[in-house]
Design a protein around this ligand. Sequence first.
Ligand SMILES: [Zn+2]
Length: 266
Amino acid sequence: MTKVYFQNHGFMHCDLRWLVNATNYASRRNLSPPTTWYDLPTLTLVIDHPEGKILFDTSCPRDWESRWAGSGLDDYFPYDNVSEEEYLDSSLKRLGLEPSDFRMVVLSHLHFDHAGNLRLFQGSGARLLCHRAEKEGALAIPGDYQGAFVKKDYQDGFTIDTLEGEPEIAKGVKLLDLPGHTWGTMGVMLDLPNSGTIIYPSDAIYMKASYGPPPVGSPIVWNSLEWLNSVEKVRKLAERHNATVVFSHDSELVRSGLRLAPAFYD
Ligand SMILES: [Zn+2]
């Protein structure tokens, strides 16, 4: 029987305005409104499936401060509220898992907070996968960093296979094509016998405020129209399947509603 573990790897911080447009604009009477220093969780999914274990996303690395130095990400998005047991390698160990236990590692996209631990799977035997458009776009950025991409996360010494469309990578585990946040952002839809359908759209939908309705965009969007279409696609799928939608960076959800590893959905 399939078990799905949502792992929270602690919290990054950022100005909430990176995630949700239209918060706290200045006005004539308030030229410098305070903003929110938001603590955003960083999640991965362990899909313990009879056909083989799948990891969806890899979160941020332990050496974020040196690794991101020069990109500005260490300053704008510090990964500074994380305990020893929350780092990806520790949290896998808590589930009794090592990188070599995985059949595949799927990257929803190649941003620094999703592809940051790909290194751990080098030589593990796990097949690394992302969307074709994502790999093409991310490899083509000029220089070592651009936006939320840190090229060494996914470039040096890796073979990342690509896919397109919406393949069912294991029975009841279907990838969703949700472009907009980046070229090839993917989500995953899980059909589970007891928990029903769960949709994890990754950064196509950061949080409840992004989902709406109406959807509220963010400055970190590659193509706004595609992003909007992706959000509405998730909404339609969720209605059709009576699904639970789990947002990728919603601290309230992580602190109050989401079942976190070692508990699981099945
Ligand atoms: Zn993210």
